[in-house]
Structure formats: structure tokens, C-alpha cells
Design a protein. Structure first.
Length: 123
């Protein structure tokens, strides 16, 4: 009799805990972001080819898991944004940096492009 009671209790405990097992561990931020990006890709909301979008979403998930995506400081972002200006002749670098960081911005990537406007006084 005790055996049957113990078996019934174990079965009941397993049935109660089963939904927790079925759900699995909580999703990580990398997984959550990946699922959101994947959904955008499949819905055609990414403004790029679906295959490319899915590949980029997977790559971003991998980089997030490695800890090498996001979290850049403002100084790092500014240095990255102006680094391409180093390829310009010395006389043009200041104007390049001004175009990269200054001026007004209009538009969006989703809308087809971002337009930056700067004004340079004529000497």
C-alpha cells in the first residue's frame, strides 16, 4: 500500500513539474534578440534579402553570446565613426570628421538612406 501511495505521489509531483520542464530554461537576451530579428526577417521587414537577414541575425546572436557585440562606449563609437577619415588627405580630414559627426540628419536606413547635411563656410 505504501508503495502505491509513494508512486502516486511521485507521479503527481512529476505531472506538476512537467510544464516547467517543457518550457525549458529562460531565454537569454541573445536568444530573445535573435528570435525578434528572425521574425522581422521572415516578415520581410528588414529591407534586405531574407537569406542575408537570417545570416546576419545568427551572426549577431553568436557575437552577443561571445560578449563582443554591444556595450561600446561613446568614445569607442566616435573613434570608429571617424576612423575612415584617416584615409583622407590631411587637408580634408577635419571636413570628413565634421560630416561624420556633425550637421543635421534626416531619413532612415529603412526609408532608403540617411542624409547628413553640413555647411562649410567659403573662405
Amino acid at each position: 500500500m505504501n508503495f502505491l501511495l509513494g508512486t502516486a505521489a511521485a507521479t503527481l509531483a512529476a505531472a506538476i513539474a512537467a510544464p516547467g520542464w517543457a518550457a525549458g530554461p529562460p531565454a537569454t537576451q541573445a536568444e530573445t534578440n535573435y528570435q525578434q530579428e528572425r521574425a522581422r526577417c521572415l516578415a520581410g521587414q528588414s529591407n534586405q534579402a531574407q537569406e542575408t537577414c537570417l545570416k546576419e541575425a545568427g551572426a549577431a546572436q553568436d557575437e552577443t553570446r561571445r560578449g563582443s557585440l554591444g556595450g561600446a562606449s561613446a568614445a569607442d563609437l566616435e573613434r570608429n565613426a571617424t576612423q575612415r577619415c584617416e584615409a583622407q588627405p590631411p587637408a580634408d580630414r577635419a571636413a570628413c570628421i565634421q560630416r561624420t559627426l556633425g550637421g543635421s540628419t534626416d531619413g532612415s536606413v529603412g526609408g532608403g538612406g540617411v542624409i547628413r547635411q553640413t555647411e562649410t563656410p567659403v573662405k
